[in-house]
Design a protein around this ligand. Structure first.
Ligand SMILES: Cc1ncc(COP(=O)(O)O)c(C=O)c1O
Length: 442
């Protein structure tokens, strides 16, 4: 029965479902890598009843873990009462008002006013447009350029794609948008040179993830963002922090920027705000920007999604934040992150082909290298095989092979010590397998 259903779904999937960020070739040959049917805690179950640790919180987002009935209950109640009503033309609803207020209380500094979206890409498009609009209102219409970093990922809407530093996403089409520029990853000097070369009076904003996720969990040097903030202030450029992955506890603090003691002018968020229980994201803007809008904007704010301020999604967001607070999940992310790093370091001592290991909260990476001293990579990346093997052993992970050979980690923030140990045991077993079957033959 299960085999029959699986075959049927596989055929239908191949014919009718164009998957996001997927190798079409692989899907057409093999069908879906797994068809999930249930989630509970850190575990996912597939059609055949096989259980997996969701080592990536799916897409770095299921922060409170799967199968939360209390979220389902508030969602049911909200949907039955008021699933949706418009927020255009100043219409409003209580969940949106309450969630905006709650987020304003959590975000650092004077980041106090929220624009809602349905996800991270929309959030970054919104942040870019809000920054450019700010300069129009301020009478500096030439300030339209956006600077982002190489190895950054900001999503796949038009603005977000063009701000994304990982070139493969931009190469997907052949029509780049004007006014996007990419500065070498962690160099403040390069950023200054770029701003001066472009002309500071033409730059609207600099956008950066606090810790790059899809680019390989790249943790910047301690002073990087302080220097960036100073540079932006010197040239009057807006600083947008893309907290889509790092927001809502992932790094052991509410927001990634808090590690660096820096308050950006805008923060985009998504993922962890609802832990994937509803499609939700947004941008928080500073009081300075909000006041400018309030004072100078005369017509309509010509930007809004049908689902901006979606009542059901906002109610889900509120319950999700309630769980993060009540269960001390941010604190758990910090302490489990340290334990995860200790586990990675023990593996690093055991296997010579592990290069750098790093974590910040429950966001982590293990790099695979041919030569630890020189950082030389294997000719063919090992990490894709590695994650196939961990999957066979019940652990879902993800790789980054863009200029590196890295396995990345983002388990749910509810992770217990016993569950972490189980993850580490699977990693150890898989590293041993790779050592015997691949490394020994190199
Ligand atoms: C840092 C960052 N920004 C933006 C996005 C895009 O978010 P979404 O996929 O919800 O549009 C992602 C998605 O992974 C992300 O990691």
């Amino acid at each position: 029965m299960t085999i029959q259903l699986k075959e049927e779904l596989k055929t239908l999937d191949q014919k009718h479902f164009l998957h996001p960020t997927t190798s079409i070739e692989q899907q057409q040959i093999q069908g879906p890598a797994a068809i999930f049917t249930e989630g509970k805690g850190i575990y996912l179950k597939d059609l055949e009843g096989q259980s997996y640790i969701d080592g990536m919180s799916s897409l770095w987002n299921v922060n409170v873990g799967h199968g939360r009935e209390e979220i389902a209950e508030v969602a049911k109640e909200q949907m039955a009462t008021l699933a949706f009503s418009s927020c255009f033309a100043s219409f409003s609803n209580e969940p949106a008002i309450r969630l905006a207020t709650k987020i304003a209380s959590l975000t650092p500094g004077d980041l106090n006013t929220v624009f809602f979206t349905s996800g991270g890409s929309e959030s970054n498009d919104t942040a870019i447009k809000l920054a450019r609009h700010y300069w129009l209102l301020k009478g500096q219409p030439e300030r339209q350029k956006i600077i982002s970093r190489t190895q950054s990922y900001h999503g796949v809407a038009m603005g977000a794609t063009n701000a994304t530093g990982i070139q493969a996403f931009r190469n997907f089409t052949n029509s780049p948008a004007p006014d996007f520029h990419y500065v070498y990853n962690q160099s403040v000097r390069d950023l200054r040179e770029m701003i001066e070369a472009l002309g500071p009076e033409t730059v609207a904003a600099f956008i950066s993830e606090p810790i790059q996720g899809a680019g390989g969990v790249n943790i910047p040097p301690e002073d990087y963002f302080k220097e960036v903030r100073n540079l932006c202030d010197e040239y009057g450029i807006l600083f947008i922090a893309d907290e889509v992955i790092t927001g809502f506890g992932r790094t052991g603090k509410w927001f990634g920027m808090e590690h660096y003691g820096v308050v950006p002018d805008m923060m985009s968020f998504a993922k962890g705000v609802s832990s994937g229980y509803a499609q939700l994201g947004g941008v928080v803007i500073s009081e300075k920007i909000h006041e400018t809008y309030c004072q100078l904007s005369k017509g309509t704010l010509m930007h809004g999604y049908t689902y901006s301020g979606h009542a059901l999604a906002c109610q889900v967001g509120l319950k999700n934040i309630d769980i993060l607070e009540r269960e001390l999940l941010i604190e758990n992310a910090a302490s489990m992150g340290e334990a995860m790093l200790a586990g990675f370091k023990a593996l690093q001592e055991k296997y010579s082909f592990i290069g750098s290991v790093r974590t910040i909260g429950l966001l982590g990476a293990i790099e695979l290298v041919k030569n630890r001293e020189t950082g030389e990579l294997f000719e063919t990346a090992i990490s894709p095989i590695f994650v196939q093997e961990t999957m066979k052993r019940g652990l879902i992970l993800r790789t980054v092979t863009y200029e590196q050979d890295t396995v990345v980690f983002a388990p749910p923030l509810i992770l217990s010590k016993a569950e972490l140990n189980e993850m580490l045991r699977i990693l150890d077993e898989t590293f041993e397998f790779v050592r015997k079957t691949i490394i020994a033959k190199e």
